[in-house]
Design a binder for this molecule. Structure first.
Ligand code: ADP
Ligand code: ADP
Length: 230
Protein backbone atom coordinates (compact mmCIF):
# COMPACT_ATOMS: atom_id res chain seq x y z
CA UNK A 1 0.00 0.00 0.00
CA UNK A 2 1.58 3.33 -1.09
CA UNK A 3 2.55 5.77 1.67
CA UNK A 4 4.65 8.19 -0.41
CA UNK A 5 3.49 9.08 -3.91
CA UNK A 6 5.67 11.60 -5.76
CA UNK A 7 4.69 12.45 -9.33
CA UNK A 8 6.74 14.47 -11.81
CA UNK A 9 8.37 16.56 -9.11
CA UNK A 10 10.30 19.54 -10.45
CA UNK A 11 12.34 22.03 -8.49
CA UNK A 12 14.49 25.01 -9.32
CA UNK A 13 16.84 26.58 -6.80
CA UNK A 14 16.55 30.35 -6.77
CA UNK A 15 19.74 30.76 -8.78
CA UNK A 16 17.79 29.12 -11.61
CA UNK A 17 19.36 25.67 -11.23
CA UNK A 18 16.89 22.97 -12.32
CA UNK A 19 17.71 20.44 -9.60
CA UNK A 20 14.73 18.05 -10.05
CA UNK A 21 13.55 17.58 -13.61
CA UNK A 22 10.39 15.53 -13.13
CA UNK A 23 10.96 12.75 -10.61
CA UNK A 24 8.31 10.16 -9.77
CA UNK A 25 8.53 7.59 -7.00
CA UNK A 26 6.04 5.50 -5.06
CA UNK A 27 7.07 3.99 -1.74
CA UNK A 28 4.90 1.33 -0.15
CA UNK A 29 4.34 0.88 3.54
CA UNK A 30 7.16 -1.11 5.12
CA UNK A 31 9.43 -0.79 2.10
CA UNK A 32 13.11 0.14 2.28
CA UNK A 33 14.13 2.21 -0.72
CA UNK A 34 17.77 3.14 -1.21
CA UNK A 35 18.55 6.08 -3.50
CA UNK A 36 21.97 6.02 -5.12
CA UNK A 37 23.64 8.15 -7.74
CA UNK A 38 26.42 10.67 -8.26
CA UNK A 39 26.94 13.62 -5.97
CA UNK A 40 24.87 16.61 -7.08
CA UNK A 41 22.20 14.53 -8.82
CA UNK A 42 19.42 15.83 -6.54
CA UNK A 43 19.01 12.85 -4.16
CA UNK A 44 19.10 14.91 -1.00
CA UNK A 45 16.85 17.62 -2.43
CA UNK A 46 14.35 14.97 -3.52
CA UNK A 47 13.98 13.22 -0.16
CA UNK A 48 13.84 16.57 1.64
CA UNK A 49 10.65 17.33 -0.29
CA UNK A 50 8.98 14.36 1.50
CA UNK A 51 8.91 16.14 4.87
CA UNK A 52 8.43 19.60 3.43
CA UNK A 53 12.01 20.71 4.08
CA UNK A 54 12.22 21.66 0.38
CA UNK A 55 9.49 23.38 -1.55
CA UNK A 56 9.01 22.35 -5.18
CA UNK A 57 7.44 24.06 -8.14
CA UNK A 58 5.81 21.33 -10.22
CA UNK A 59 4.32 17.89 -9.68
CA UNK A 60 2.58 16.44 -6.65
CA UNK A 61 3.67 14.66 -3.49
CA UNK A 62 1.30 12.85 -1.17
CA UNK A 63 2.61 11.48 2.13
CA UNK A 64 0.29 9.25 4.15
CA UNK A 65 -2.67 10.81 2.39
CA UNK A 66 -1.55 14.41 2.97
CA UNK A 67 -0.87 16.41 -0.17
CA UNK A 68 2.24 18.58 0.22
CA UNK A 69 1.52 22.02 -1.15
CA UNK A 70 3.25 25.40 -1.02
CA UNK A 71 1.40 26.72 2.01
CA UNK A 72 1.11 23.48 3.88
CA UNK A 73 -1.24 23.85 6.86
CA UNK A 74 -0.33 20.61 8.59
CA UNK A 75 3.44 20.95 8.41
CA UNK A 76 3.81 19.79 12.04
CA UNK A 77 1.89 16.61 11.23
CA UNK A 78 4.17 15.87 8.30
CA UNK A 79 7.33 16.63 10.27
CA UNK A 80 6.34 14.26 13.07
CA UNK A 81 5.17 11.52 10.70
CA UNK A 82 8.35 11.70 8.65
CA UNK A 83 11.51 11.44 10.75
CA UNK A 84 14.82 12.44 9.25
CA UNK A 85 18.46 11.66 9.97
CA UNK A 86 21.12 13.87 8.41
CA UNK A 87 24.78 13.43 7.55
CA UNK A 88 25.69 15.92 10.29
CA UNK A 89 23.88 14.64 13.33
CA UNK A 90 22.25 17.99 14.17
CA UNK A 91 21.90 17.26 17.89
CA UNK A 92 21.38 20.16 20.29
CA UNK A 93 24.85 20.61 21.85
CA UNK A 94 23.60 22.21 25.06
CA UNK A 95 21.18 19.36 25.84
CA UNK A 96 22.02 15.93 27.24
CA UNK A 97 21.47 12.86 25.10
CA UNK A 98 18.26 12.13 27.03
CA UNK A 99 16.96 15.68 26.63
CA UNK A 100 17.73 15.61 22.91
CA UNK A 101 15.46 12.60 22.60
CA UNK A 102 12.62 13.80 24.86
CA UNK A 103 12.48 17.35 23.47
CA UNK A 104 10.23 16.58 20.49
CA UNK A 105 7.81 14.31 22.38
CA UNK A 106 7.41 16.86 25.20
CA UNK A 107 7.24 20.12 23.24
CA UNK A 108 5.81 19.03 19.89
CA UNK A 109 3.74 15.98 20.82
CA UNK A 110 2.92 17.40 24.28
CA UNK A 111 3.43 14.14 26.14
CA UNK A 112 4.05 14.37 29.84
CA UNK A 113 7.77 14.20 30.68
CA UNK A 114 7.40 10.84 32.41
CA UNK A 115 5.98 9.17 29.31
CA UNK A 116 8.61 10.87 27.13
CA UNK A 117 11.38 9.63 29.47
CA UNK A 118 10.06 6.10 29.32
CA UNK A 119 10.00 6.01 25.53
CA UNK A 120 13.38 7.73 25.26
CA UNK A 121 14.86 5.17 27.63
CA UNK A 122 13.55 2.31 25.49
CA UNK A 123 14.88 3.91 22.31
CA UNK A 124 18.31 4.69 23.75
CA UNK A 125 18.50 1.10 24.90
CA UNK A 126 17.54 -0.06 21.42
CA UNK A 127 20.34 1.96 19.78
CA UNK A 128 22.81 0.94 22.51
CA UNK A 129 23.36 4.40 24.05
CA UNK A 130 21.40 4.20 27.30
CA UNK A 131 24.56 4.25 29.40
CA UNK A 132 25.45 7.62 27.81
CA UNK A 133 22.05 9.22 28.43
CA UNK A 134 23.38 11.92 30.77
CA UNK A 135 26.28 12.94 28.54
CA UNK A 136 26.36 15.81 26.07
CA UNK A 137 26.67 15.17 22.33
CA UNK A 138 30.30 16.37 22.12
CA UNK A 139 31.26 13.71 24.68
CA UNK A 140 30.16 10.99 22.26
CA UNK A 141 31.76 9.53 19.15
CA UNK A 142 30.26 10.33 15.77
CA UNK A 143 28.70 6.88 15.54
CA UNK A 144 27.14 7.27 18.98
CA UNK A 145 25.82 10.74 18.10
CA UNK A 146 24.23 9.40 14.95
CA UNK A 147 22.54 6.63 16.92
CA UNK A 148 21.16 9.29 19.29
CA UNK A 149 19.91 11.20 16.23
CA UNK A 150 18.09 8.06 15.09
CA UNK A 151 16.56 7.60 18.56
CA UNK A 152 15.51 11.24 18.57
CA UNK A 153 13.73 10.86 15.24
CA UNK A 154 12.06 7.63 16.37
CA UNK A 155 10.83 9.26 19.59
CA UNK A 156 8.28 11.17 17.51
CA UNK A 157 6.86 7.78 16.46
CA UNK A 158 7.17 8.51 12.74
CA UNK A 159 5.57 6.38 10.05
CA UNK A 160 8.45 7.01 7.67
CA UNK A 161 12.17 7.52 8.24
CA UNK A 162 14.39 9.42 5.80
CA UNK A 163 18.16 8.98 5.95
CA UNK A 164 20.42 11.42 4.10
CA UNK A 165 23.93 9.91 3.88
CA UNK A 166 23.83 9.00 7.58
CA UNK A 167 27.28 7.38 7.60
CA UNK A 168 29.18 9.73 5.29
CA UNK A 169 30.62 11.82 8.11
CA UNK A 170 31.72 8.79 10.14
CA UNK A 171 35.02 7.00 10.56
CA UNK A 172 34.94 3.48 9.06
CA UNK A 173 34.80 1.70 12.42
CA UNK A 174 31.64 3.61 13.35
CA UNK A 175 29.77 3.06 10.11
CA UNK A 176 28.81 -0.51 10.97
CA UNK A 177 27.18 0.36 14.29
CA UNK A 178 24.93 2.90 12.58
CA UNK A 179 24.09 0.57 9.68
CA UNK A 180 23.23 -2.16 12.20
CA UNK A 181 20.69 0.15 13.85
CA UNK A 182 19.22 0.95 10.42
CA UNK A 183 19.09 -2.74 9.53
CA UNK A 184 17.24 -3.41 12.76
CA UNK A 185 14.77 -0.68 12.01
CA UNK A 186 14.17 -2.10 8.54
CA UNK A 187 13.56 -5.55 10.07
CA UNK A 188 10.98 -4.00 12.41
CA UNK A 189 8.93 -2.99 9.36
CA UNK A 190 9.69 0.74 9.23
CA UNK A 191 9.18 2.46 5.90
CA UNK A 192 12.59 3.90 5.01
CA UNK A 193 14.04 6.02 2.23
CA UNK A 194 17.83 6.13 2.45
CA UNK A 195 20.32 8.10 0.42
CA UNK A 196 23.55 6.19 0.92
CA UNK A 197 26.67 4.99 -0.87
CA UNK A 198 26.88 1.90 1.37
CA UNK A 199 26.68 -0.90 -1.20
CA UNK A 200 26.50 -3.71 1.38
CA UNK A 201 23.54 -2.11 3.12
CA UNK A 202 21.82 -1.39 -0.20
CA UNK A 203 22.34 -4.92 -1.44
CA UNK A 204 21.24 -6.69 1.75
CA UNK A 205 18.56 -4.42 3.22
CA UNK A 206 16.90 -2.52 0.36
CA UNK A 207 13.71 -3.75 -1.27
CA UNK A 208 14.35 -1.38 -4.14
CA UNK A 209 17.26 0.63 -5.46
CA UNK A 210 16.54 3.92 -7.17
CA UNK A 211 19.30 5.51 -9.22
CA UNK A 212 19.30 9.24 -9.86
CA UNK A 213 21.48 11.26 -12.19
CA UNK A 214 21.31 14.90 -13.19
CA UNK A 215 17.92 15.58 -11.61
CA UNK A 216 16.24 12.51 -13.08
CA UNK A 217 15.32 9.09 -11.75
CA UNK A 218 16.87 6.76 -14.27
CA UNK A 219 16.43 3.35 -12.63
CA UNK A 220 14.06 1.81 -10.09
CA UNK A 221 14.80 -1.86 -9.59
CA UNK A 222 15.66 -4.64 -7.16
CA UNK A 223 19.09 -4.90 -5.52
CA UNK A 224 19.65 -8.19 -7.38
CA UNK A 225 19.16 -6.60 -10.76
CA UNK A 226 20.92 -3.40 -9.83
CA UNK A 227 24.10 -5.05 -8.60
CA UNK A 228 24.29 -8.12 -10.82
CA UNK A 229 23.48 -6.72 -14.22
CA UNK A 230 26.11 -4.64 -15.95
P1 ADP B 1 15.91 26.69 -0.45
O1 ADP B 1 16.06 27.61 0.71
O2 ADP B 1 15.03 25.53 -0.21
O3 ADP B 1 17.21 26.33 -1.10
P2 ADP B 1 15.67 28.76 -2.32
O4 ADP B 1 16.01 29.88 -1.36
O5 ADP B 1 16.68 28.29 -3.28
O6 ADP B 1 15.10 27.53 -1.54
O7 ADP B 1 14.39 29.20 -3.12
C1 ADP B 1 13.28 29.89 -2.52
C2 ADP B 1 12.02 29.51 -3.25
O8 ADP B 1 12.07 29.89 -4.63
C3 ADP B 1 11.81 28.03 -3.26
O9 ADP B 1 10.44 27.72 -3.28
C4 ADP B 1 12.48 27.65 -4.56
O10 ADP B 1 12.10 26.36 -4.94
C5 ADP B 1 11.96 28.74 -5.45
N1 ADP B 1 12.78 28.95 -6.66
C6 ADP B 1 14.10 29.13 -6.69
N2 ADP B 1 14.55 29.30 -7.94
C7 ADP B 1 13.46 29.19 -8.75
C8 ADP B 1 13.25 29.28 -10.16
N3 ADP B 1 14.24 29.50 -11.00
N4 ADP B 1 12.00 29.08 -10.60
C9 ADP B 1 10.99 28.87 -9.78
N5 ADP B 1 11.13 28.80 -8.44
C10 ADP B 1 12.34 28.96 -7.92
P1 ADP C 1 22.86 14.95 -4.02
O1 ADP C 1 22.14 14.66 -2.75
O2 ADP C 1 22.53 13.99 -5.12
O3 ADP C 1 24.34 15.09 -3.83
P2 ADP C 1 21.71 17.57 -3.78
O4 ADP C 1 20.24 17.42 -3.80
O5 ADP C 1 22.37 17.77 -2.46
O6 ADP C 1 22.35 16.36 -4.57
O7 ADP C 1 22.13 18.79 -4.70
C1 ADP C 1 21.83 18.80 -6.09
C2 ADP C 1 22.47 20.02 -6.72
O8 ADP C 1 21.80 21.19 -6.27
C3 ADP C 1 23.93 20.21 -6.37
O9 ADP C 1 24.61 20.55 -7.57
C4 ADP C 1 23.93 21.35 -5.41
O10 ADP C 1 25.12 22.10 -5.53
C5 ADP C 1 22.73 22.16 -5.83
N1 ADP C 1 22.16 22.90 -4.73
C6 ADP C 1 21.85 22.45 -3.50
N2 ADP C 1 21.29 23.41 -2.74
C7 ADP C 1 21.24 24.52 -3.51
C8 ADP C 1 20.78 25.87 -3.31
N3 ADP C 1 20.24 26.26 -2.15
N4 ADP C 1 20.88 26.72 -4.35
C9 ADP C 1 21.39 26.34 -5.50
N5 ADP C 1 21.86 25.10 -5.78
C10 ADP C 1 21.78 24.19 -4.79
Amino acid sequence: EPIIIAKNVEKWYNNGFHVLKGVSLTVNQGEVVVIMGPSGSGKSTFIRTFNALEPFEKGTITVDGIQLTHNLKNIDTIRSEVGMVFQQFNLFPHLTVMDNVTLGPIYVRRWNPKKADLIATQLLERVGILHQAKKYPNQLSGGQQQRVAIARALAMQPKIMLFDEPTSALDPEMIKEVLDVMRNLADSGMTMVCVTHEVGFAREVADRIVFMADGLLIEDTTPDRFFNNP
